[in-house]
Design a protein around this ligand. Structure first.
Ligand code: PRP
Ligand code: URA
Length: 208
């Protein structure tokens, strides 16, 4: 598995603002979407293009376009939803699937409650989005579901990751490409990322 860590100062700046406990729901949502767009720009730099004929006011020419219909964005519910519009701002014709997972508060094990993916998932470039990669349990389960349904070309984008989650995902799915906004120090005893940003789902949806 290849792991890319974001180095762009705009991404770093926005992640810092995201972490602040004084950042409210409205600003948090806006930041997550902007970070997803900036990370998406990096993560999609190898999207295949096809040549089409266009007419400029001067002459006919053959030029490259991407086929957005071949892209599937798959947020892990709930928090991944906050990243979807950032990717769609780049590729508006992408299809969107959903995987519903929650972590058991005691065991930290992921539990599935929903999975719906676009058709012909085996032919698509898939971008799974979830702001937090903590133990890696949710990410591993989401990629398992996608592979069980035929998906093969998988990228995973997380805004903040713990080293434990990166290692676990790398070991379980060595064939995927991982994009991390910032690698944090470690997990605490409740499997929260330190320094992290707290509970991403609660901060996006204002449920605290
Ligand atoms: C959070 C987060 C990830 C998961 C990461 O979701 O959005 O999906 O935890 O933790 P892991 O790497 O240890 O599995 P959560 O289960 O809190 O659900 P929510 O988004 O609905 O709040
Ligand atoms: N899920 C979150 O939302 N935050 C963490 O720090 C870990 C898991």
């Amino acid at each position: 598995m290849s792991v890319s860590y974001m180095t762009h100062p705009l991404i770093k700046h926005k992640i810092t603002l995201l972490r602040k406990q004084t950042t409210g729901t409205n600003e948090f949502r806006k930041l997550i979407e902007e970070i997803a767009m900036l990370m998406g720009y990096e993560a999609l730099s190898d999207l295949p293009t096809a040549d089409i004929k266009v007419y400029t006011p001067i002459e006919e020419t053959i030029q490259p376009v991407i086929n957005g219909k071949k892209l599937a964005v798959v947020p892990i519910l709930r928090a991944g939803l906050g990243m979807v519009n950032g990717i769609l701002a780049l590729v508006p014709s992408a299809k969107v699937g959903h995987i519903g997972l929650y972590r058991d508060p005691e065991t930290h094990e992921p539990h599935e409650y929903y999975c719906k993916l676009p058709e012909n998932i085996d032919q698509r470039q898939i971008v799974v989005v979830d702001p937090m990669l903590a133990t890696g349990g949710s990410a591993i389960a989401a990629v398992d579901f996608i592979k069980q349904r035929g998906g093969t070309k998988i990228k995973f984008m997380s805004v903040i990751a713990a080293p434990e989650g990166v290692s676990a995902l790398m070991q379980a799915h060595p064939d995927i490409q991982l994009y991390v906004g910032c690698l944090d120090r470690c997990l605490n005893e409740n499997a929260y990322i330190c320094p992290g940003l707290g509970d991403a789902g609660d901060r996006i949806f204002g449920t605290i």
